[in-house]
Design a protein. Structure first.
Length: 153
């Protein structure tokens, strides 16, 4: 059975600013990684059908963690499915891992809705690989939204 994880947060910035932070590779690499990770983007084509490749590196890798691409990194290959300026970014994401628990394509949808001078940012991740523990994913999504807020506010 596929799993869907969700997170949302109100951010004191216009949707236009947040949308730009989602579709600019340099900016995205600066704020996206959860606490304890850094990001390097090797490919970034922000248009429908465009691809991207990002390497998330753990600053203090736990050798007992499984599912990684290497002992200290996760490689993410994605495709931009839909880009609606100031409203939505939809991506299909595949993780490079030998462990079949991390296989499959996860769909990540970022929705932006302006409300009273702020923007409600909602993330919905569908078909989350079973190898990603829900509590870890929830913490990562929350950390990412906090990073985004800190970056744009």
């Amino acid at each position: 059975m596929s799993r869907t994880d969700k997170a949302s947060r109100r951010i004191a910035a216009p949707a236009e600013t947040i949308y730009r932070a989602l579709v600019n590779a340099e900016v995205l690499a600066a704020w996206l990684p959860p606490i304890g990770m850094t990001a390097r983007i090797e490919l970034f084509e922000p248009w429908p059908g465009g691809r991207y490749r990002m390497i998330l590196t753990h600053e203090d890798p736990d050798e007992t963690m499984s599912g990684k691409t290497t002992h200290d990194s996760d490689v993410v290959n994605g495709t931009f499915v839909e880009l609606i300026p100031e409203r939505r970014v939809v991506q299909d994401i595949d993780f490079e891992a030998d462990d079949p628990a991390f296989a499959g394509t996860m769909r990540m949808t970022w929705s932006l809705n302006e409300a009273g001078g702020e923007t409600e940012v909602a993330i919905v991740c569908m078909n989350v690989p079973e190898g990603i523990r829900k509590k870890d994913h929830d913490a990562g999504l929350s950390s990412t939204l906090e990073n985004l807020a800190s970056f744009v506010e």
